[in-house]
Structure formats: structure tokens, C-alpha cells
Design a protein around this ligand. Structure first.
Ligand code: SAH
Length: 349
């Protein structure tokens, strides 16, 4: 591994500083950023508005690719999962989810995950390391090539492998590149960062970048949440929800997305649906129900359709905004909580 910094580790502002430190012209940053992110060009030979000599020097000082595509799985429903390999051999997964009105990319923030949620396949991998900003951003670059010209990535969700708020600095810098008009130029509200509830990092994220926050709640009692999300023992429901209640940056225009994975017989009772609105009282929130996607490592089961329906109706009747996240890419283990570096039999052949 080389120790050269990667051009993709820096927002345009910080790249200017980096170039200056390396004795290069800071204003070249905008040109480089335009090539890398607007045009998707990654070889210096093509960067024709930069003098050859400067291209050589920048190339000698900086890396510019962080990930290579190792494998691609395509689902019957159009979802595409890619395994992407970093320079140290670590592999992470990204998932491209085409829908009628948008194409969402789900990116990873860590190799594995230390949170060990008992129903999540990534949790069973254990934790290897944090991704760098360049490795997070390169998921967008690689997946944009995989998607092809006909399919623009319109939304990015930090809901792949890993816990984003255990890697907050790198995540924030990656978000800056996603929303920077000279870089990817995504509308900030088309970027969502999901956390299992790393309380001390929530404010830092929201004050640094104008993204949507999603919180993985999954339970209405500490007894059940302790079982599902071990981090709950450190930041129990009351602490997490008080933090959200006090968070000035959340509003009706910028609500928190409360993710609730419905697990058959565990957290899908009518009593849970009745408790949830009270817990969320005073928090601008939208509830997103995710029927459990079963996988071999976990004993938990999908909820019945009837219980999903009942849960949703109960919340709606109590005035909550609630949606059900349709499972995508299940046939290639690309659905929520199934990212575990497993290959499907078809594509491995
Ligand atoms: N670590 C962050 C980012 C991952 S988001 C977080 O937990 O929020 C992935 C989402 O899928 C989380 O809401 C997670 O709880 C949910 N999930 C995990 N395993 C799942 C499964 N087997 N079925 C459905 N959803 C699952």
C-alpha cells in the first residue's frame, strides 16, 4: 500500500489546501473536481485543461482510485449489488436500487460492522476497519459506471455495511462531495445517513451537513431493543429519543426517518404500534417499516403480511406518517440487513 493521499479524500475546499501544501496551484482543485465527479474521468491523460507538467506532479503526489469492482450481482427486480475491493484487499458492498422516479445508491461506511445487531447479516461479519472518504465516494464513482449513462444516481443513502456515525469525519467529508455543486451536486435532501443511535455523534452530523437523518429504532421497549441492538445498553431509548427531541435542526421539513424493522413475534405486536407514537411525541418523524429480511445467520423471521398491515394501519390511525419499505434485491442478498459478502450461486458460476 502506498501512503500517498487520495484526491477523493477531500472536499473542494480542502483539496485546495492539499494542493497548496504539495507546492501545487490551489485553483487546480476545481478543475480536478470537475473531471473526477462531474465528468467521471479518472485518468490524468484526459484532463486536457491542466498543463502536462502539473498533471504529472499531481499524479506523483496523489492517488485517485480507491476501489475496483470485484463482482456484480443483478436482481430480477433491477437492483444491482456490487462487491468493491479496496487497495488493501478489503471488500465492501454497494447496492443500486432503480425505482420509477429515482435511482438510489446504498453505500457502505465500514468494512464489516462492530454493532452486532442480532438480526443484521453485516453484524455477523465483525468489524475490520473504517472506510476512508475516498472509499466512500468511489462507491458512487464505480456504481455510476455500473449503472451506465441511461441511469443517473439521484439519491444516496448511507445504509450499507457499517455504522456511519462510528466513522463520522469520513462520512461528513464524503457528504460534502456528494452535495457540492462543483462535485456530484446532489440536492442535500437526497442524501440520507442512517445510524443505529450513536448519540454523541448525531448533533455533529446534523450541524456539519444538511442531510437527512435516519435512526434505526426497531423496538418500543429497552428490553426488546437491548436484544436487537446491543448499543441500546449504552444509549437506551429514552436517551436516544431525548436527543432527537432536543435536536433543533429537525423540523417538519427535515424530519428524522425512524426505521423500524418488523420481526415476526418479536416487535410486531399491536402493543408496539400503540406505544410508538407516544415515544416519538415531540419529534418531527416519519416512520419507515422494513419487514425483516431473513438470512441464514439469524434466528429471526419475517413478519406476516397481516401484522405489517396491522402495524401500519395502527400508526396511521394515530396520525403518524408511515411507509413500508418494499424489499429489493432479495434474490441476490442485497436487501436491508443482508449485506454479508455472500455471492449468489448463479453469478459465482
Ligand atoms: N448501521 C446503520 C446503517 C445501516 S442501515 C443503521 O443501522 O442504521 C441498514 C438498515 O437495515 C438498518 O435500519 C438496519 O437495522 C436494517 N436491517 C438490518 N438487518 C435487517 C434485516 N435482516 N431485515 C431488514 N432490515 C434490516
Amino acid at each position: 500500500m502506498t501512503s500517498r493521499p487520495n484526491l477523493k479524500d477531500f472536499s473542494p475546499e480542502r483539496l485546495r489546501e492539499q494542493l497548496a501544501t504539495a507546492g501545487l496551484r490551489p485553483f487546480r482543485a476545481d478543475q480536478i473536481v470537475a473531471w473526477l465527479y462531474r465528468r467521471g474521468v479518472e485518468d490524468f491523460d484526459s484532463m486536457t485543461d491542466l498543463p502536462l507538467e502539473e498533471r504529472r506532479r499531481i499524479g506523483a503526489e496523489f492517488e485517485l482510485r480507491a476501489l475496483e469492482v470485484a463482482a456484480i450481482d443483478r436482481s430480477r427486480d433491477g437492483t444491482v449489488k456490487a462487491a468493491l475491493r479496496a487497495r488493501d484487499g478489503s471488500v465492501v458492498e454497494s447496492v443500486l436500487i432503480p425505482e420509477e422516479d429515482r435511482t438510489t445508491l446504498c453505500v457502505s461506511t465500514q468494512v464489516g460492522c462492530p454493532m452486532a445487531c442480532s438480526f443484521c447479516a453485516t453484524g455477523f461479519l465483525g468489524f475490520t476497519r473504517n472506510l476512508t472518504t475516498a472509499e466512500i465516494v468511489d462507491q458512487v464513482c464505480r456504481m455510476r459506471e455500473v449503472a451506465g449513462a441511461g441511469q443517473q444516481i439521484s439519491n444516496v443513502v448511507f445504509m450499507g455495511m457499517g455504522e456511519p456515525l462510528l466513522n463520522t469525519e469520513a462520512v461528513i467529508e464524503a457528504v460534502r462531495l456528494l452535495v457540492h455543486p462543483k462535485a456530484f451536486g446532489l440536492a442535500p435532501r437526497r442524501v440520507t445517513v442512517s445510524t443505529v443511535g450513536v448519540v454523541p455523534q448525531i448533533e455533529k452530523l446534523l450541524e456539519s451537513v444538511p442531510v437527512n437523518l435516519a435512526v434505526s429504532l426497531h423496538a418500543t421497549t429497552d428490553l426488546v431493543r437491548d436484544q436487537l441492538v446491543p448499543l441500546n445498553r449504552r444509549f437506551p431509548l429514552a436517551v436516544l429519543l431525548d436527543t432527537l427531541r432536543r435536536e433543533k435542526r429537525l423540523s417538519a421539513r427535515r424530519p428524522v426517518f425512524v426505521e423500524y424493522t418488523l420481526i415476526g413475534g418479536v416487535n410486531d405486536a399491536l402493543a408496539d404500534a400503540r406505544r410508538l407514537p407516544g415515544l416519538l411525541h415531540g419529534i418531527p418523524a416519519k416512520v419507515n417499516l422494513i419487514p425483516m429480511n431473513p438470512h441464514p445467520d439469524s434466528p429471526y423471521e419475517a413478519p406476516s403480511e397481516a401484522s405489517v398491515d396491522r402495524f401500519m394501519r395502527e400508526l396511521a390511525a394515530r396520525g403518524m406518517t408511515v411507509t413500508v419499505r418494499r424489499s429489493r434485491g432479495e434474490d441476490i442478498q442485497a436487501a436491508c440487513g443482508q449485506l454479508a459478502l455472500r455471492r449468489t450461486r448463479d453469478s459465482a458460476a
